[in-house]
Design a protein around this ligand. Structure first.
Ligand SMILES: Nc1ncnc2c1ncn2[C@@H]1O[C@H](COP(=O)(O)OP(=O)(O)O)[C@@H](O)[C@H]1O
Ligand SMILES: [Mg+2]
Length: 430
């Protein structure tokens, strides 16, 4: 789940806890729990809300079973659970709604499994044994060594809105101004500009990774990634346009996983078609920057993508950035745009053709080549907003001391609060 890992701050964690709404299910569960060597008194009567309450004041168990039956809005409540439940905890949900969509959404929000009532002993035994296996797999058992890591995906509502410009700029700023080890993964596999923007050759790394996902490990990424500066490594491709992309997306997920071990920041330039083909890529993304221009087409697709994200990546914070904004020639006003997408635009980057040309000429990212411009200042604001979350986390001195300390990393982005402060126009907006 999402809440920040608190090294050494937790005291011992229980092996197992359950919050179950009805006695019949509890009676089915207790003997299986005893069989697995766990304490039956950890099977509590209650549902998801009780689980959230309990975990907000105590250490998370290794394996948690929660009953969604009494939850009116399971996905939303799971989010509340993610806020208080530490990473590493394997969560199994149970419920009485037989709905594939809910099942998928639950998995996307970090739930390990969903069991349908009425429960039976075999099903419970299988699910719990499997959860035990997942919990003790190496990446979880050595969780104290887990690095803090923040993954940001940049998605454009349509081609040319500047998603790649933002992706390369943010990655550059994270790695230089913020000195954070950063990976830039350019998933525009045929036409990517991640390397080009930095005047680098993409090499064969990403193509090799797609062809042989099983080869992807720490050593592979060390060799295959192109270094842009001491803190920034890039994986990008100019794959042949004579052949379609042959991948089930496993390579990309594996790369994300390796980046989590090797870097503190991952920036993914994620073309919108990749989002549709490989929704699993969003499973561990913390922030989605949705880049858009102020056009009717983009307003429509902003609505569609925001709603997609709500259904498929509830755990991720979304930042809406309009780019290339020319006040004189707006197809749709800011007010109308915001009304139609039913939320505020978080950042507005002005159109600056000179800055774009300058970046291209210098072979530098937009934000780096044009430090004195208003457009670059807004990009820096976005980078600050995203990295603020990691800084707060890193300097948090008293891990489990307060409720505030238990908020998820992304709770700290507080985008809602940011927007609520006043109907404020963020820096750079006109
Ligand atoms: N704020 C801006 N003002 C002017 N040109 C911009 C701006 N942002 C990006 N561009 C230019 O727009 C073009 C498309 O940008 P790109 O980042 O490749 O878009 P996308 O990845 O969304 O297709 C590039 O030539 C880029 O330099
Ligand atoms: Mg692009």
């Amino acid at each position: 789940m999402n809440a920040p890992w608190k090294p050494g701050g937790n005291g011992p964690r229980d092996a197992f806890a359950a919050f179950i709404c009805d006695d019949v299910s509890l009676d089915m569960l207790r003997p299986v729990v005893i069989e697995l060597g766990w304490q039956p008194e950890k099977c509590n009567k209650g549902g998801l809300r009780n689980a959230v309450q309990s975990l907000s004041i105590s250490a998370s168990p290794n394996i948690l079973m929660v009953d969604l039956s009494e939850s009116g809005d399971p996905l939303n409540d799971i989010n509340a659970l993610a806020e208080v439940c530490e990473p590493g905890t394997v969560v199994i949900a149970i419920g009485q709604v037989n709905d594939v969509r809910l099942y998928r959404d639950l998995l996307a929000s970090g739930i390990q499994d969903y069991l349908l009532k009425p429960l039976n002993a075999n099903q419970l035994r299988d699910a719990l044994t499997h959860a035990q296996g997942i919990f003790s797999a190496p990446k979880h058992s050595d969780a104290s060594a887990a690095k803090k890591h923040l993954s940001t995906a940049i998605v454009g509502t349509r081609g040319g809105v500047g998603a790649s410009t933002l992706a390369t700029s943010l990655a550059w700023l994270f790695s230089t101004d913020h000195k954070l080890p950063t990976a830039l993964l350019d998933l525009d596999v045929h036409f990517g500009t991640g390397a080009l923007a930095l005047d680098l050759e993409p090499g064969r790394g990403l193509t090799d990774a797609i062809e042989n996902p099983s080869r992807i490990d720490g050593l592979f990424i060390e060799r295959a990634m192109i270094r842009a500066n001491d803190n920034l490594s890039i994986l990008s491709a100019e794959a042949s346009i004579n052949s379609p992309l042959m991948t089930d997306g496993a390579a990309f997920v594996q790369l994300e996983e390796e980046f989590r071990q090797a870097f503190e920041m991952t920036v993914i330039d994620l073309p919108r078609n990749m989002l549709i083909n490989f929704p699993q890529l969003l499973a561990d993304v913390n922030v989605v920057v949705l880049a858009t221009d102020m056009t009717l087409a983009s307003a429509r697709d902003t609505i569609r993508i925001l709603s997609w994200l709500k259904a498929n990546a509830v755990h991720a914070q979304t930042i809406v950035v309009t780019n290339k904004v020319q006040q004189q020639v707006l197809e749709i006003s800011r007010k109308d745009f915001e009304a139609s997408i039913e939320r505020k635009i978080d950042y507005v980057i002005p159109y600056d053709v000179k800055a774009a040309a300058n970046a291209a000429k210098l072979g530098q990212t937009f934000a780096d080549a044009n430090r004195a411009t208003k457009a670059a200042a807004v990009v820096r604001d976005i980078a600050n907003k995203i990295t603020d979350a990691t800084n707060v986390e890193a300097s948090d001195p008293e891990p489990r001391a307060s409720a505030a300390a238990k908020k998820s990393l992304l709770g700290k982005l507080d985008i809602k609060g940011m927007l609520a402060k006043k109907d404020k126009v963020p820096a750079g907006a006109s």
